[in-house]
Design a protein around this ligand. Structure first.
Ligand SMILES: [Zn+2]
Length: 253
C-alpha cells in the first residue's frame, strides 16, 4: 500500500470529481491520503473529507501565502484535537516571489509552530528560497516533515539531525532533478515519505496534467530505483515511516 502524505483534496480540481480521483488512487495502490490545508477557507472542507473517508486524514495549517492572518482564529482547540487532524501544515516560509512580508510570514509560522508544540502535533513544513530563516526558526522542540523537499543537502543534514522526515514529490522524477535525486539517495530510508502535492507537480509521465494521488506510484517507482529496492519492499517502509511521523494515523495502518 502506498500513502500520499500531502495531497490538496480540497482544491477545485477535485471538487466535483473526488470519488473518481479516489477510485483511481485506490486502483494505483494508494491506500491512504493525508490532506493538508493552505488557505484557511479550506479548513472545514479538509476536515469534512477526513471525517467521511476512513483512509483520509487532515493536517491543518495556513500557508505563508496568507501571511497576516491570525492562526489562532482558525487552528482552534476543536480543530487541533479533532481525531482526524494528525498534524499542523502546511506552514512555513516562501520568499520565492520576494520577502517584503518576511516579518508577517515569520509571525504566522512561529504562531503555528507554538500551536503544534502545545498540541504535540507534527508539522508539515513548506520552505522555498528561505533556508536560513527556516533553520533559525525550526528548532528541536518540534518534529515533522519537510514537505515536497527540493532544498539543498546542507539543509537536509541539519533537519536530519533535528529528527525531521523528508517528503519526495513528483519533482523527484523530473529529468533536470538530478541533484534532488542525489539528496534523496543520501537521506536514510527511514526518514523518507512520499507525496503528490496534488494538484501541482505531476510526476513523469504525467507532466503537464493536473496531478492526482494515483500518481504517487510514479514517484515511488523512482525512489525505489534510487534506493535499490523493489517497490514491494519500499512501500511498507514508507508506510511505517508515515505512521511514525503522524502517530494519529495509527488506526488505519
Ligand atoms: Zn502543498
Amino acid at each position: 500500500m502506498l500513502i500520499d502524505t500531502h495531497c490538496h483534496l480540497t482544491d477545485n480540481y477535485v471538487s466535483g470529481d473526488l470519488d473518481d480521483v479516489l477510485t483511481r488512487a485506490a486502483a494505483a495502490g494508494v491506500g491512504m491520503i493525508i490532506c493538508p490545508t493552505a488557505n484557511p477557507a479550506d479548513i472545514p472542507g479538509a476536515i469534512k473529507i477526513a471525517e467521511t473517508h476512513n483512509n483520509i486524514f487532515a493536517t491543518i495549517g495556513i500557508h505563508p501565502e496568507y501571511a497576516g492572518v491570525d492562526a489562532t482564529q482558525y487552528l482552534t482547540d476543536a480543530v487541533l484535537t479533532h481525531p482526524r487532524v494528525v498534524g499542523v501544515g502546511e506552514i512555513g516560509l516562501d520568499y520565492h516571489c520576494g520577502n517584503e512580508n518576511r516579518t508577517a510570514q515569520i509571525k504566522l509560522f512561529e504562531q503555528q509552530l507554538e500551536l503544534a508544540k502545545k498540541y504535540a502535533l507534527p508539522v508539515a513544513v513548506h520552505t522555498r528560497d528561505a533556508e536560513d530563516d527556516t533553520i533559525a526558526i525550526l528548532n528541536s522542540d518540534v518534529r515533522g516533515v519537510m514537505h515536497c523537499f527540493t532544498s539543498s543537502w546542507d539543509l537536509a543534514k541539519i533537519m536530519l539531525d533535528r529528527g525531521f522526515y523528508f517528503s519526495a514529490s513528483g519533482i523527484l522524477t523530473f529529468k533536470n532533478a538530478g541533484e534532488i535525486r542525489e539528496t534523496f539517495a543520501k537521506i536514510p530510508i527511514d526518514r523518507i515519505v512520499i507525496e503528490t502535492d496534488s494538484p501541482y507537480c505531476a510526476p513523469v509521465p504525467h507532466r503537464g496534467n493536473v496531478c492526482e494521488p494515483a500518481f504517487v506510484a510514479d514517484t515511488a517507482r523512482v525512489l525505489a530505483q534510487i534506493k535499490n529496492l523493489h517497490l514491494d519492499e519500499l512501500a511498507p517502509i514508507l508506510a511505517e515511516n508515515t505512521q511514525r511521523l503522524y502517530p494519529k494515523c495509527h488506526a488505519v495502518l
